[in-house]
Design a protein around this ligand. Structure first.
Ligand code: DSN
Length: 407
């Protein structure tokens, strides 16, 4: 027990003294983390509120019902048209439930290619999605490095998929759910919007909403949403039965009610003015970081960002994405290696580096800090052999983080 406690303390210190810039990470508030660690973890509650397979669920029912209500409320939705399922343990199981609930194995689905910014569960051949379903893919335009809706429409009309998946993990530009919906309607496909990365921005009205355009929306709760590590699904009422059945008993057994309580709290927090300010600042910070990096000779894919992340193309430097992430981590700056669209390198040592601003914005950092951090990143990447530079910057990073306390 002591050994694990010591390791946890070391990890918390790493998070506190480091600059978390992995675009899918954030700092969940301690009060919400306390719910994750609550005795709700002890309870079995297979089924749904009011229809459980175990006794003693009177309070759990209220908690799960509240989580569903708040999930709809944060997107301004009414239960007259929309249904929330807050039981998925992760974004992957949420997506799997949508595919299995609404389609048959082997059906054709059109999604964004992982190597161009999509997600593993959008049909990668090494993932269940690509193994069980017949995925075809769209990407970005080679010149603009942005989604080309005319081209996506062309592919959709040719392939006639049963479902179109929109949403991305490494795409820094606005996604038009309205345009995706028009394409899906033209080929009679269902539209799934996986908004895991941008959910917080959507709730705060800083990115266009997938509602009412998508038939189903999946999301994780720990990225820009800043909550516990989990997920949820919102679908049109007419699809609710299939979605619920696909989650339980289709894919999962007992829901994690401790996580569901934490999700309810996260959804309530997301409706506060404080949360909206953080989302606004997240975008301002990403734009400021992209500008600083660009002024210092680093190329951003698509020329900038509209959201919480940017993708750096490192091909003009003498370093690949993996080594770049590793040397930045030596200085306490955490990012991740990522393929860039049409990457000539391998996915293991790709040419890109994905950088996000959600976690630093939660800590209260603003443009002034982004300029400083942008300079540090540029300096380190331009001098990958300079270990002394990284030691110096690591100390400066620790000094900076002390001004923005967390945990
Ligand atoms: N792996 C996550 C990311 O980093 O974007 C998505 O699930």
């Amino acid at each position: 027990m002591n050994k694990i406690k010591k390791l946890v303390a070391q990890e918390v210190r790493r998070q506190r003294e480091g600059l978390v810039m992995i675009a899918s990470e954030n700092y969940c508030p301690q009060e919400i983390l306390d719910l994750v660690g609550s005795p709700l973890s002890n309870k079995y509650s297979e089924g749904y509120p009011g229809k459980r397979y175990y006794s003693g669920n009177q309070f759990i029912d209220e908690i799960e019902f509240l989580a569903c209500t708040e999930a709809l409320k944060m997107f301004g939705l009414s239960d007259k048209k929309w249904h929330a399922n807050v039981q998925p343990h992760s974004g992957s199981s949420a997506n799997l439930a949508v595919y299995l609930g609404l389609l048959k194995p082997g059906d054709k689905i059109l999604g964004m290619d992982l190597s161009q910014g999509g997600h593993l569960t959008h049909g990668s051949p090494v993932n269940f999605s690509g193994k069980l379903f017949n995925f075809v893919h769209y990407g970005v335009d080679k010149k603009t490095e942005k989604l080309d809706y005319k081209e996506i429409e062309k592919i959709a009309l040719k392939e006639k998929p049963k479902m179109i998946v929109c949403g991305a993990t490494a795409y820094s530009r606005e996604i038009s759910f309205a345009k995706f919906s028009a394409i899906a309607k033209k080929c009679n496909a269902l539209l799934l919007a996986d908004i895991a990365h941008i959910a917080g921005l959507v709730v705060a009205d800083e990115h266009p909403s997938p509602f009412p355009y998508a038939d189903v929306v999946t999301s994780t709760t720990h990225k820009t949403l800043g909550g516990p590590r989990s997920a949820f699904i919102i679908c049109k009422n007419e699809l609710a039965k299939e979605i619920d059945k696909a989650i339980f008993p289709g894919l999962q057994g007992g829901p994690l009610e401790n996580m569901i309580a934490a999700k309810a709290a996260c959804f309530m927090e997301a409706q506060t003015p404080r949360f909206k300010k953080i989302q606004q600042q997240t975008i301002l910070n990403a734009v400021s970081l992209a500008e600083t990096l660009s002024k210092n000779g680093l190329r951003t894919v698509s020329g900038g960002t509209d959201n919480h992340l940017l993708l750096l193309d490192l091909r003009n430097l003498e370093i690949n994405g993996r080594d770049a992430a590793n040397i930045l981590a030596e200085a306490g700056i955490y990012t991740n290696a990522n393929t860039i669209p049409f990457d000539p390198a391998t996915p293991f040592k790709p040419s890109g580096l994905r950088v996000g601003t959600a976690a630093l914005s939660t800590r209260g950092m603003k443009e002034k800090e982004m300029k400083l951090i942008g300079l540090w990143i540029a300096e380190i990447l331009k001098k990958p052999k300079d270990t002394k530079l990284r030691t110096r910057i690591k100390q400066e990073v620790i000094d900076l983080t002390k001004k923005f306390p967390i945990y």
